[in-house]
Design a protein around this ligand. Sequence first.
Ligand code: PLP
Length: 485
Amino acid sequence: MQKKYANCLHVCKKYTIFAAIFSFDTYTMELPFAESWKIKMVEPIHKSTRKEREEWLRKAKNNVFLLRSEQVYIDLLTDSGTGSMSDRQWAAMMTGDESYSGARSFFELKDVITSLTGFKYVIPTHQGRAAENVLFSHLVKPGQVIPGNAHFDTTKGHIEARKAFAIDVTCDEARDTQLEAPFKGNVGLEKLEKVLKENEGNVPFMVLTITNNTVGGQPVSMANIKATCELCHKYGVPVNMDSARFAENAYFIKTREPGYADKSIKEITKEMFSYVDSMTMSSKKDGLVNMGGFIATNKEDWYEGCKQYCIPFEGFITYGGMNGRDMAALAVGLMENTEFDMLDTRIRQVQYLASKLDEYGIPYQRPAGGHAIFIDADKILTKIPKEEFPAQTLTCELYLEAGIRSCEIGYILADRDPVTRENRFGGLDFVRLCIPRRVYTNNHMDVIAAALKNVYDRRESITRGLKIVKEAPLMRHFTVELERL
Ligand SMILES: *Cc1c(COP(=O)(O)O)cnc(C)c1O
């Protein structure tokens, strides 16, 4: 009896240990990741037939910018001004103050910008390129040199239109699309120093673009931001941060750079801006609004200079091309998009699409960028020579396949050399799949990946590209007209 009891105790003990190891906790499934928002309003989208798309693309001269949006099923042309606003942003719009000067909405926006960036002077503009226009009108003179980590197209346009020179000083890592490096948007410090040394006295400022859009939405590390600014300041050159995706950049610093894991996004953005002298902003990106931009700085002389150009080009200095209600929505958007959960949702969606492309073996700029996947067209359409624009050809193929509108970020966008007027084939030739903020679900990502796989599978049969028949002297990609060869 005693033995029996002991046995029983033994079994009980065993069971307790068993239960402790394989407790219900252990069996509880880890919950999968999901969006940090739910959908309150929807907009229907429509499919089309291949025959319709062939006709539409022909009429659009093989330039997807010239398509009508109804002719597009999933629109990945850009993440600029294409995001969904939150209920709080819409609510804020109702409170916009439309006073011509001194509007409350302006001061509320200014306070938010100051809290995120530390800059006390703020000039609103109607979008990012308008901010560039105003600041560069004050700063850029013919013959000057402005280094930067891959100037965005409008930035380059505003420099070259003033007969100054934009010199790319992006790190070499960015050029190897298959290299997995955490901060491929970084400035190549040796390249930068060479430009600063050779052009002493002729560099009005440097442009530091975060994230580095042109090389694939790749981030710049805090260490590189700091080192770049120290170097520029050593040569007496101020730094302007082209900040369209500053919050996404902060997300990558938090998740990839040692020492930042426990800092909030808002703490990180504040540190990023503490090193630079000014910022130009396209609010259509990380501001989560459909239109808007601004300049911010602590340099009083720049602020005074900008005021002179803001008034004739944009409007009075407390609205600069924006409605009061739009400034109100922007103030809320900036606060929302500097929350970790919002950025985590967004960037994980981009990474989800990347994981699908990995499954199919489709080459893109690695690792996935913050706002987009940049497909390496040169590596896919290997039969098409540079002169026939592989990335533009792939952009057309993807549209014909499934009505998906992407965007060429390659040889057409690179424009011609302002001096020789030759095409610039020195850079990378990408098709950008740009993901709007809070717009599509992962089911849409699955459709995009499948369509791309279909094109990829028949890549060997795509042997002829495109020929330019009409182009503008600057920023030609928007209006270029092409013919199939
Ligand atoms: C979009 C963008 C700009 C220009 O801003 P707009 O609002 O389109 O005029 C400038 N720089 C970068 C890095 C951008 O992504």
